[in-house]
Design a protein around this ligand. Structure first.
Ligand code: SF4
Ligand code: SF4
Length: 108
């Protein structure tokens, strides 16, 4: 499968119904700074990104030119390590694309 040329027009790896989808380790929490309390939380004694409506709480969805859906990580510079490791075109990216259906349509 060919990965998209731009993650902003994909966003697939930021979608999941799993509440424990994106682990937030201690270093991640520290790097997130004040945003950590808004976008992450503890489940038991481990921290994860909050998931809302089937996607990470830090994901922003917009409509670009012509109504094209666009996806942005609002904490991109401070995103967790697991997100940093998932590079576009990597086997993990290809796996995400192969495993998941298209993100839900925007409601905006
Ligand atoms: S890393 Fe891959 S799955 Fe994630 S947004 Fe980019 S192209 Fe899509
Ligand atoms: S932190 Fe950013 S890159 Fe990671 S899953 Fe959430 S929106 Fe996607």
């Amino acid at each position: 499968m060919n990965s998209p040329t731009d993650c902003c027009h994909c966003g697939v790896c930021c979608f999941s119904e799993l509440p424990t989808y994106v682990r937030v380790y201690g270093g991640d929490w520290h790097r997130l700074g004040p945003a950590a309390e808004q976008v992450a939380h503890f489940i038991g004694n481990r921290a994860y990104m909050k998931m809302r409506e089937g996607h990470c709480a830090a994901l922003e969805q917009r409509r670009g030119p012509g109504g094209t859906p666009e996806f942005f990580c609002t904490v991109y510079a401070e995103r967790p390590e697991i997100c940093r490791a998932l590079a576009r075109g990597s086997p993990e990216c290809e796996g995400e694309l192969a495993r998941k259906s298209a993100p839900r349509p925007l409601t905006a």
